[in-house]
Design a protein around this ligand. Structure first.
Ligand SMILES: NC(=O)c1ccc[n+]([C@@H]2O[C@H](COP(=O)([O-])OP(=O)(O)OC[C@H]3O[C@@H](n4cnc5c(N)ncnc54)[C@H](OP(=O)(O)O)[C@@H]3O)[C@@H](O)[C@H]2O)c1
Length: 324
């Protein structure tokens, strides 16, 4: 049995979920993959905060305690770009594999992938886009025999929840946002989600996977801030719904990337994606359309995607990992 030591950066929503999930799944992972996963240190900002189910002896406020001490792999779940970027660069430089859920960082620092390749380590990032949906794996492995024509999806659960409430309860946007906040589906400041920026970051990651040889282009980004209940009613009369759609599609000479509220017919596979769920439709030239749908965020669904990458990397089964 190979013992694998994980350095965990961050113990918030996803980090705490990872610790819980690992303790539930540890025995199965040992049997199925022949690896014994253990967390050796956990970085947090506030060392005094009580943390349910966390061994306080593992907790540190020094990133170097985690990254520099011998470990096989570093999992980054602190979020943001500045410190997270510095910590991941240090871990890669020390030859550690890295798994991250940080779409903001990956969208703004694509050079991390080439840095990982240069140092001969893996960078897992399935959890950075659409939580539990294995969309990164599908784009990396599932379409190897086909040319992708487009990737189109609902990749922001906050906006989808807000639009669902407007559609089903007749609410205007501010009240629907308040409900999303009350249910824990929206941040106190939801501007990043509502404005389409979060969707644009995820789309950039998906587009790099779907169209690796095409040059990066700007994402034409519009959010749902201007969507009114009357527009949703008008869509309903045409047997349609409004969804925030992120789309990357092949166009002559390149790829076009856009995020914006779109009126889509009820028969569109994305029209049935409701509440805080995500959905992605990948169209291949030969294979036609494939729909992935499910939980795009949340503690346990996101932790499951992180853990799948960890296992894929350490068990040497790259089909299991969404890695660069
Ligand atoms: N939440 C989701 O559903 C979800 C879904 C997909 C992807 N993600 C991504 O997953 C990552 C983590 O998200 P989250 O929701 O788990 O965040 P979170 O709840 O805010 O947790 C962040 C954790 O990192 C620690 N931390 C933050 N900055 C730090 C620093 N500079 N030094 C040391 N520790 C620091 C915090 O410490 P304290 O506990 O002491 O404050 C906390 O434990 C983000 O990149 C996010 O985009 C999240």
């Amino acid at each position: 049995m190979r013992r694998v030591s994980i350095g965990l950066l961050g113990c918030g929503t996803v980090g705490q979920g990872l610790v819980e999930l690992l303790s539930c799944e540890q025995a199965r992972i040992r049997n199925q993959f022949g690896v014994d996963l253990g967390i050796h240190r956990i970085l947090v900002r506030d060392g005094e905060k009580p943390r349910r189910g966390i061994d306080s002896r593992l907790v540190t406020t020094s990133a170097m305690d985690v990254i520099d001490s011998p470990c096989d792999l570093v999992v980054e779940l602190i979020g943001g770009t500045h410190s997270a970027g510095a910590f991941i660069r240090r871990a890669i430089g020390l030859g550690r594999h890295v798994v991250t859920a940080n779409k903001a960082l990956l969208a703004s620092a694509p050079e991390l992938f080439s840095m990982a390749t240069l140092h001969g380590v893996r960078l897992g990032f399935e959890a950075s886009v659409c939580g539990a949906l294995p969309v990164v794996r599908v784009l990396q492995h599932g379409f190897a025999g086909d040319s992708i024509e487009s990737v189109r999806g609902i990749v922001n659960g906050t906006c989808n929840y807000v639009l669902t409430r407007m559609e089903e309860d007749g609410l205007e946007l501010p009240e629907a946002v308040r409900q999303a906040q009350a249910r824990g589906f929206a941040e106190a400041d939801p501007a990043f989600d509502i404005g389409g920026v979060d969707s644009a970051q995820k789309l950039r990651i998906l587009a790099r996977l779907a169209f690796p040889n095409l040059p990066a282009v700007k994402v034409e980004t519009d959010g749902i801030g201007a969507v009114r209940a009357a527009a949703i009613d008008a869509a309903r009369e045409r047997d349609s719904v409004i969804r925030l759609i992120a789309e990357a599609r092949r166009v002559p000479g390149g790829v076009a990337l856009s995020v914006g509220p779109r009126v889509i017919a009820r028969g569109d596979p994305l029209a049935s994606v409701r509440e805080e769920n995500n959905g992605v439709v990948i169209r291949g030239r030969a294979s036609g359309e494939l729909l992935l749908t499910g939980k795009g965020a949340g503690s346990m669904p996101t932790a499951a995607a992180v853990l799948a990458d960890v296992i894929g990397i350490v068990a040497g089964n790259m089909d299991q990992a969404a890695v660069a």
